[in-house]
Design a protein around this ligand. Structure first.
Ligand code: HEC
Ligand code: HEC
Length: 335
C-alpha cells in the first residue's frame, strides 16, 4: 500500500539523533522491531541491574523532601507515565505550571522538558529531583538517605562499585526512564504488515492524519509523532508560561512548546503544556477551528473544516496509538 511505503521511508530519518558528539554512543539493549538502538551517554551504559535500581528509586517517595512523592506520583504507568492532573502538585503541595508529560520513548528525543531546557535525561532528572514544584529535594538529602539504607548501599555497590551518591542515583533513574520504550500499539502492528490490526475508521483517521489537509504529521512526525521542535498552536491569546522563550530569550519563541509524542495519547489527558484541554475531542475541536489568535502561532494551525465523521475517525486513529503491553508491562511496575 502506497501510504505504508511512504510512512516507512520516513520512519526514523527525522529523529534528531544526538549521536554526533563523542560522549554519546548506542546501547545494544533490545528494542521493538524497526526501532534504532537506544542512544546513551558513554559513561552511563544500560545494564539490567541499573534498570532495577532505577526502578526502585522511581517508586521511592523518600526521595522527595517531605517523603510524600515519588516520581511515579506524577508519572503513572497506567497513564503511560503521565499525570491525570492538569498541572502537577509538588512536595509541599506547591502547584506547578505544567502538565506532567508521558515518559514514552524519550531516549530518542534531542531535548527534554516542554521548553527543551534539559540537554540530557540525566540533566532533566536532576531538575525533577530538586525543583520546588516537583520533589523539592536536594542532592545532599538524597545521598544521605541512600547511604543510610543497607539495601541501597548493597545495590549501589553492585551497580556502580561505590557507596550511593546522588549522581549515580540520577544515572540509574535516567536508565530506567530510557528503557520505557513503547512500540507495540495496533498502529505498530499494522505497520509491520498486519493489515487487520486497524479498523476502517482508524485507517480513515490515519489517512487524514498524514494528509496535507490536516497537516498533523508535519509536526507530529516520525516514529514518535514529534519533530522535537517548538511551536505555538494558539492555545491562548496570552501565554503566562512563555515556554521556549525561557531558553532562548527570543520573543519569537514566546508561547512555543515542544511537540509532544502522540504515542499512548488516549491515556494522557488532560492535554497541552498546561493541561488546558480536557479530552481528545476538545483537542480536535481546537485544531478544527484553527485555535486562538496569537502572534507566534504557527501558520499551519488554521481552520480545517473537518466533518463530525472525520473528527471521529481522527480520534479513532489517535486511540489506536495505545500500547496496552507497555502500560501493563510488569518490568516497569512498582517493584
Ligand atoms: C510533582 C509531579 C512530578 C514529580 C514528583 C516528578 N515529575 Fe517529572 N515532570 C513533571 C512535570 C510537570 C514535567 C514537565 C516540566 C516541564 O516541562 O517544565 C516533568 C517532566 C519529566 C520528564 C521529561 C519528559 C520529556 O519528554 O521531556 C521526565 C523524564 C521526568 N519528568 C522524569 C521524572 C523522574 C525520574 C522523577 C523522579 C525523580 C520525576 N519526573 C518526578 C512532574 C513531576
Ligand atoms: C505546527 C505544529 C503542529 C501541528 C500542525 C499539529 N500539532 Fe498537535 N501539537 C503541537 C504542539 C507544539 C503541541 C503542544 C502545544 C502546547 O502545549 O502548547 C501539540 C499538542 C497536541 C496534542 C496534545 C498532546 C499532549 O500530550 O498534550 C494532540 C492530541 C495533538 N497535538 C494532535 C494533533 C493533531 C490530531 C493534529 C492535526 C489535526 C495536530 N496535532 C497538528 C504541534 C502541532
Amino acid at each position: 500500500m502506497a501510504l505504508t511505503a511512504a510512512l516507512a521511508a520516513g520512519w526514523w530519518s527525522c529523529v534528531d539523533h544526538p549521536g554526533t558528539t563523542s560522549d554519546i554512543t548506542v546501547s545494544d539493549y533490545p528494542v521493538p522491531e524497526g526501532f534504532p538502538p537506544i542512544p546513551i551517554p558513554r559513561d552511563n551504559p544500560i545494564t539490567s541491574e541499573k534498570i532495577a535500581l532505577g526502578r526502585l528509586l522511581f517508586y521511592d517517595d523518600r526521595l522527595s523532601r517531605n517523603g510524600d512523592l515519588s516520581c511515579a506520583s506524577c508519572h503513572r504507568q497506567s497513564h503511560a507515565f503521565a499525570d491525570t492532573l492538569a498541572v502537577s502538585r509538588g512536595s509541599d503541595s506547591e502547584t506547578g505550571l505544567r502538565n506532567a508529560p508521558a515518559i514514552v520513548n524519550i531516549a530518542y528525543s534531542g531535548a527534554w522538558f516542554w521548553d527543551g531546557r534539559a540537554r540530557s535525561i540525566e540533566e532533566q532528572i536532576l531538575g525533577a529531583l530538586t525543583s520546588p514544584i516537583e520533589m523539592a529535594s536536594d542532592t545532599a538529602q538524597v545521598a544521605q538517605l541512600l547511604a543510610h539504607d543497607e539495601h541501597y548501599r548493597q545495590l549501589f555497590l553492585q551497580v556502580f562499585g561505590t557507596a550511593p551518591s546522588a549522581r549515580d542515583a540520577i544515572r540509574a533513574l535516567a536508565t530506567f526512564c530510557r528503557v520505557l520504550i513503547s512500540g507495540n500499539s495496533r498502529y505498530d502492528r499494522y505497520r509491520r504488515g498486519d493489515s487487520s490490526a486497524l479498523s476502517g475508521a482508524e485507517k480513515r483517521g490515519m489517512a487524514l492524519f498524514f494528509s496535507s489537509r490536516t497537516g498533523c504529521s508535519g509536526c507530529h512526525s516520525g516514529p514518535n509523532f514529534t519533530d522535537n521542535a517548538f511551536h505555538s498552536i494558539g492555545i491562548h491569546t496570552h501565554y503566562y508560561d512563555r515556554g521556549r522563550y525561557y531558553v532562548t530569550g527570543n520573543e519569537g519563541d514566546i508561547g512555543k512548546f515542544r511537540t509532544p509524542t502522540l504515542r499512548n495519547v488516549a491515556l494522557t489527558a488532560p492535554y497541552m503544556n498546561d493541561g488546558t484541554l480536557a479530552t481528545l475531542d476538545e483537542v480536535l475541536e481546537h485544531y478544527n477551528t484553527g485555535g486562538k489568535p496569537f502572534v507566534n502561532k504557527d501558520p499551519r494551525i488554521r481552520p480545517l473544516g473537518l466533518t463530525r465523521q472525520e473528527l471521529a475517525d481522527l480520534r479513532a486513529f489517535l486511540q489506536a496509538l495505545t500500547d496496552s503491553a507497555f502500560i501493563t508491562n510488569p518490568a516497569f511496575a512498582q517493584p
